[in-house]
Ligand binder design. Structure first.
Ligand SMILES: Cc1cc2nc3c(=O)[nH]c(=O)nc-3n(C[C@H](O)[C@H](O)[C@H](O)COP(=O)(O)OP(=O)(O)OC[C@H]3O[C@@H](n4cnc5c(N)ncnc54)[C@H](O)[C@@H]3O)c2cc1C
Length: 460
């Protein structure tokens, strides 16, 4: 049995980051991945989906030219330009050679295969090339970073049609004429807007009563109205019951009796994690556990760590890398901080962007007895008025007034994701509301709306 200092199962953003950092410090590291080093984010997730939105943005901006700037002759959306950018620049045609080389040049050993914990110090590997299963021992640590995959709900008929998940959507070579999107979470909303701006007739179906269910209801309502104004057919509070296909068209029967149809069907109904598949039962994690249980040092049991989506602490690349940073220091014996998700930020990169951090108003009211909120509508700010078009959004602050600090907030609007950094800092550092009120806010920025929202909050 061959020994390594550290064995990393899954080389997505979390595993790759940690494996490179440890190999760079001279540790012997075995990295395992049965698909692409880099994981979901660069090949099928964050990067290509943001490229889709980046390409879709100018199409929407150009439509404002007659109202703001002059005449525009004709705009002809061409998905193939975007498809080439995703293939060539983002994913190297879904090839991870550069990432594998980078890791190996740092001294890491890579095996393309499926890893499975067999004890707190050993991992078995089934190589993709079909060669015999091998067993490896870890001297210092094993890190499970096996991520998540798209949920495909058991809807009758779905398995018989040619549907997309995020993986199919980012590999599209053209924008379909029409598309049904199941799921109004971040992925469903981002993809719906990107395709719609390229001319696809989109029907977006969400089972709960609003888009982006984890966000503030006000943000969901604004996004729904923006989408509806842009011609996206948003259907909430109803679920897909049956799927069928005829003459190249996919039909989805909904629980409210309606049927919606499209040339394509995108399933964006969430992500699933599978701790059992990573062999975590061998260290006592129940077979039916939905996530890998970790302590504040990301440890499952002594010597076995888990990071990223598999931990259920937030399915975001920045969480995987944050945890990867903590575990790297732990393994190296360097001074570190423990994980604190109080100020966990997330952004849905629609236009308007929806950034949020910490607790929503409802979650804060369930936790604290003295909660106050303050809001400012982006169109009511000076910058929002100047913007005139495409200015939907709001700032919403949620405070625990007993401590006089923000415990959550939403920054929705043009550049909402960038405006979020103010709220993340305020929540993370527990900056007193009085200190935030004494700041100078540049005129005329969207950011200046925070001053109004703070006043609204203290006025009650
Ligand atoms: C469409 C889309 C858009 C997104 N946009 C954003 C965004 O804008 N911002 C953001 O922060 N996050 C975004 N995310 C989420 C982000 O991609 C994930 O949170 C991130 O990739 C998680 O990293 P990870 O390391 O936990 O796992 P993953 O990226 O899932 O990587 C896990 C790796 O482990 C491998 N693996 C799994 N099991 C085994 C095994 N047993 N043996 C060997 N290898 C194994 C897999 O092949 C994979 O390479 C998006 C996701 C999607 C799908």
């Amino acid at each position: 049995m061959q020994d390594f200092d550290v064995i990393v199962i899954g080389m997505g953003p979390g595993g790759e980051y940690l494996a490179e950092a440890l190999a760079g410090k001279g540790l012997s590291v075995l990295g395992l991945d049965h698909w692409l080093v880099g994981g979901e984010c660069p090949y099928y997730g964050c990067v290509p989906s943001k490229m889709m939105l980046r390409a879709a943005g100018p199409l929407a901006e150009a439509a404002l030219i007659p109202d703001l700037s002059g005449r525009v002759s004709e705009i002809t959306p061409d998905w193939s330009i975007l498809a080439s950018r995703i293939r060539d620049e983002a994913t190297d045609d879904w090839n991870d050679r550069a990432a594998v080389d980078r890791f190996e040049k740092l001294g890491g050993t890579f095996i393309r295969g499926t890893g499975r914990l067999t004890s707190d110090t050993s991992v078995s590997v089934s190589p993709n090339d079909g060669s015999a299963e091998q067993e490896f021992r870890a001297r210092r640590a094993i890190v499970v970073a096996t991520g998540s995959s798209a949920v495909v709900p058991p809807i009758p008929g779905l398995a018989d049609v040619d549907y997309w998940t995020n993986r199919g959507a980012v590999q599209a070579t053209e924008a379909p004429q029409s598309m049904v999107v199941l799921g109004g979470g971040a992925i469903g909303c981002e993809m719906s807007q990107a395709f719609a701006r390229f001319g696809t007739e989109v029907t977006l179906v969400e089972g709960t009563d609003r888009l982006l269910p984890p966000e503030e209801p006000e943000a969901s309502a604004i996004l729904e109205s923006v989408f509806t104004d842009a011609g996206i057919n948003v259907i909430t509070g109803t679920r897909a019951q049956r799927v069928s296909q005829s003459d190249g068209v996919i039909h989805v029967e909904l629980s409210d009796g309606r049927t919606v149809s499209g040339q394509r069907l995108l399933v964006a109904t969430g992500r699933r994690t599978d701790p059992a598949a990573a062999g975590l039962a061998s260290v006592g994690v129940p077979e039916d556990a939905r996530v890998a249980p970790i302590n504040e040092r990301c440890e499952v049991v002594p010597g076995v760590y888990a990071i990223g989506d598999i931990t259920g602490k937030g399915a975001f690349t920045h969480i995987a890398m944050y945890q990867g940073g903590i575990v790297t220091k732990e393994i190296l014996g360097e001074e570190t901080y423990t994980a604190d998700y109080t100020a966990e930020p997330h952004v849905t990169f629609t236009d308007p962007e929806v950034g949020s951090v910490g607790l929503t108003e409802a979650a804060a009211r369930a936790q604290y007895s003295n909660v106050a909120v303050g809001t400012a509508a982006i169109p009511d700010t000076s910058r929002g008025w100047i913007q005139k078009y495409d200015n939907a959004g709001l700032l919403k602050l949620v405070a625990d007034m007993d401590r006089g600090v923000l415990v959550g907030g939403t920054a929705m609007g043009p550049a909402g994701g960038e405006m979020l950094s103010y709220l993340v800092l305020a929540v993370h550092a527990q900056v007193p509301i009085a200190t935030l009120q004494s700041m100078i806010y540049a005129y005329p920025t969207f950011h200046r709306g925070y001053e109004t929202a703070l006043q609204d909050l203290v006025d009650g």
